[in-house]
Each structure stands twice: as structure tokens, then as C-alpha cells.
Design a protein around this ligand. Structure first.
Ligand code: SF4
Length: 106
């Protein structure tokens, strides 16, 4: 009669085991990302149109912060007052981890 409960035990045990594996994997496989990327992305138009030559606004924001993007005006729909100046202000207050300024201009 107890054999009927075996699948529940096995599946429960499997669930617990996979939960442990996933939590351990998260510890070791998590990629640390610059928290400023989210904020710069929010300041962009967020059309994800690709007119700047990147796959989208997040890639453009990442490029700004890692120094690949030097001119914000590559973002064609972006406006200086609405988008670029707030980004420059934000970057002025949030320099790189080593204290250097993010090298970008309009
Ligand atoms: S051009 Fe501007 S709006 Fe379009 S994907 Fe690039 S950053 Fe985003």
C-alpha cells in the first residue's frame, strides 16, 4: 500500500535536490552588473529602435558606461534637454568605481 506514495517521495526529493542545485548555481554563476546601467537606460528614450548602432537602449547604456559610446547624439530620437543632459548630470554624480569620470559628451 505504501508503494503508492513512492512517486510523491521521489518527486518531492527531486524538487528539493534541484532547488539546492539552483541556489548553489546562482551563487557561483551570477554576473555582477554595473547598477548604473539601469538608471542610464531609464534616462534614454527607450524606443529600442537600434538607430544608435546597438541592439537597444540597454546596450547603448552599457556602452556609455564601459566607454565604447563617446557621443550621446548617436541616439537619434534622444533630445539634449530631455535625455542627454540628465544622463550627463547623473554620470557627473556617479563616476566609475575608480573615481574617474565617464568619458561621454553630447
Ligand atoms: S537610438 Fe536611442 S532610443 Fe534607439 S535604441 Fe539607441 S539608445 Fe535606444
Amino acid at each position: 500500500m505504501i508503494e503508492v506514495l513512492y512517486p510523491f517521495f521521489v518527486l518531492g526529493l527531486l524538487g528539493i535536490l534541484l532547488g539546492i542545485v539552483l541556489s548553489v548555481a546562482k551563487q557561483y554563476l551570477t554576473v555582477e552588473e554595473d547598477p548604473r546601467i539601469d538608471q542610464v537606460e531609464k534616462l534614454l528614450p527607450n524606443y529600442n529602435c537600434g538607430a544608435c548602432g546597438t541592439p537597444g537602449c540597454r546596450a547603448f547604456a552599457t556602452g556609455i558606461l564601459n566607454g565604447e559610446v563617446k557621443n550621446l547624439s548617436r541616439c537619434k530620437p534622444g533630445k539634449a534637454e530631455k535625455h542627454f543632459n540628465p544622463i550627463l548630470e547623473f554620470l557627473k554624480d556617479h563616476p566609475n568605481a575608480d573615481g574617474s569620470k565617464v568619458d561621454v559628451k553630447i
